[in-house]
Ligand binder design. Sequence first.
Ligand SMILES: [Zn+2]
Length: 147
Amino acid sequence: MYPNDIGQVNIYPWDCKDRLTENFLVSEFRDPIAFSRNHFTLIHPSLIVLMQQLRDDIGKPITITSGFRIDLVNIRVGGAPKSYHTMGYAADWTADIDLEAWWETMTSLKNSKVRYDLVGGAAYYSVHNYIHVDVRGRPGDKLVTWQ
Ligand SMILES: [Zn+2]
């Protein structure tokens, strides 16, 4: 049994004000379009753990630019048809750091299996300056990356 297989994705009411961790609120993962339609938010428990792990290691605020997306939004932004964002498994984020350097650090740590074992897929979008992480698959499996 792997952590990402345990339990189901968490479902939060559209207007949920809960704090998830020391640094993250449910609202930060919320889809603005979903919010306007009173649509719930999905967040995988492993994604919550992963984002706080990143926040702790970076030591600076993380801005989630896109967390959960309802299909309508995913289609509009040209996301993959079965985006992990629509399952509550993914977050795009940025921070006031050298993101490219952090990308190298994060992926090398994942590949050495020292840290970030929860990351299933990751991508660094240099043009828009954000990193995508998702908790697909099984921790310990090879990291799926693209740029
Ligand atoms: Zn993404």
